[in-house]
Write a protein that binds this ligand. Structure first.
Ligand SMILES: [Zn+2]
Ligand SMILES: [Zn+2]
Length: 384
């Protein structure tokens, strides 16, 4: 099937500015987000398609290539020297969405959105967000975590009804027992009728004659609960998991809210993460750098050894293949980059000082003059 035009996908004109692109994409992404359309393949495709269009059009360089050469321009080795763009899989798309909208997208997607889409009946309980800090080791191996949640639970005395046990209820005067009210709003585009849960009875259709003493009529108490979550290997800060039905109690028979677990990364004593690669710095003594050595290297599972050849310069980066973080939702894993740094001794004995003096009297190989090659090389190795 021919690829659809990116502007057409987002429903915008070819002259749309950055802000309209962002808004258009957000609208599509919220509508087709897999969390709102579980098991819906067509929605998933639309979500991926919209994300791909957004990723290209928000980037002025890529957009220009696309404007000039179309989809062909964005394929590998195409015009403009742009490196191949193979399209998105779902996890890329979810990540891209979280990256740009994770901070303020939650209300729309999970809370406001879901209660808005259920116009009648009691509202869903509130969603709760918790941050879960994980070490790089936990991220590399995948882990099951038990998390404590502070939430609102049904009051034990009135089973969440808010009414004193044995007391009666009467029809709500505001909605006449309907549980919902209609609001008419007039706008430039015409008249809209909104159906909302009744503000007086919260959608129940009835009001309480005598309030429960324990909860003062609210039907809820503060409680604590624990949930278990299985974290797949390869997650990154900002990824999230939804635990359905573990959030706040839903009033008047509404479904309970969800718990949204947002992944955070704990700083590691040895490693810095970069994508799915990890980077560490290892000290090397003068003699090890000069003569070569086998040194011990920490990795995310067990220690390993690295052969450093003789004549290794300070700052050289070695790569340990497949010792990084596993890719999320696909095979393979990143690499570990080890930067060796020659360590200069500071407390020398008389004898050691003597030996260094002797060494310095030799007319050996002299270091080259100042240059900028080191940073260039590091940049190349790290692909920055
Ligand atoms: Zn109660
Ligand atoms: Zn009412």
């Amino acid at each position: 099937m021919a690829k659809r035009d990116y502007y057409e996908i987002l429903g915008i004109g070819r002259d749309a500015d950055e802000d309209s692109i962002k808004k258009a994409y957000r609208r599509m992404a919220v509508k087709y987000h897999p969390d709102k359309n579980p098991g819906n393949k067509a929605a998933e495709e639309s979500f991926k398609e919209a994300t791909e269009a957004y990723e290209i059009l928000k980037d002025s360089q890529k957009r220009q290539i696309y404007d000039t050469y179309g989809h062909d321009g964005l394929r590998g080795g195409g015009a403009g020297g742009f490196n191949g763009f193979a399209g998105f899989d779902l996890s890329d798309a979810l990540r891209a969405f979280m990256r740009d909208f994770g901070g303020f997208g939650f209300d729309d997607i999970f809370d406001f959105g879901s209660s808005r889409s259920r116009r009648s009946g009691p509202p869903k309980g509130q969603d709760l967000q918790v941050k879960l800090g994980l070490t790089l080791e936990e991220i590399a191996s995948g882990v099951e975590k038990t998390i404590k949640i502070k939430r609102l639970e049904a009051c034990g005395n009135c089973s969440g009804s808010g009414a004193a046990p044995g007391s009666s209820k009467s029809t709500c005067p505001t909605c006449g027992g309907q549980g919902q009210v209609r609001r008419v709003s007039k706008t430039l585009f015409g008249q809209f009728v909104n159906v909302q849960p009744c503000p007086n009875c919260g959608g129940a259709g009835s009001v309480i004659d005598h309030k429960c003493r324990e909860c003062g009529g609210s039907g809820v108490t503060k409680g604590e609960s624990t949930i278990k979550v299985k974290i797949p290997e390869g997650v990154a800060a900002g990824n999230y998991l939804t635990v359905r039905g573990s959030g706040n109690f839903g009033h008047n028979g509404g479904t309970p809210g969800d718990v949204i677990v947002i992944i955070d990364e704990v700083d590691h004593e040895h490693f810095t993460r970069r994508g799915d690669d990890i980077i560490c710095e290892v000290p090397l003594s003068f003699s090890q750098a000069v003569l070569g050595a086998e040194i011990e290297i920490p990795t995310l599972d067990k220690k390993t050894s690295l052969k450093v050849p003789s004549g290794t310069q300070s700052g050289k980066v070695f790569m340990l293949k497949n010792k990084g973080i596993p890719h999320l939702n696909s095979y393979g894993r990143g690499n570990q980059l080890v930067r060796v740094v020659v360590w200069t001794p500071t407390k020398l004995s008389q004898e050691e000082k003597e030996l260094f003096r002797k060494l310095s009297s030799f007319d050996g190989e002299k270091p080259p003059g100042a240059n900028k090659s080191f940073f260039e090389k590091l940049r190349q190795t790290l692909g920055v």
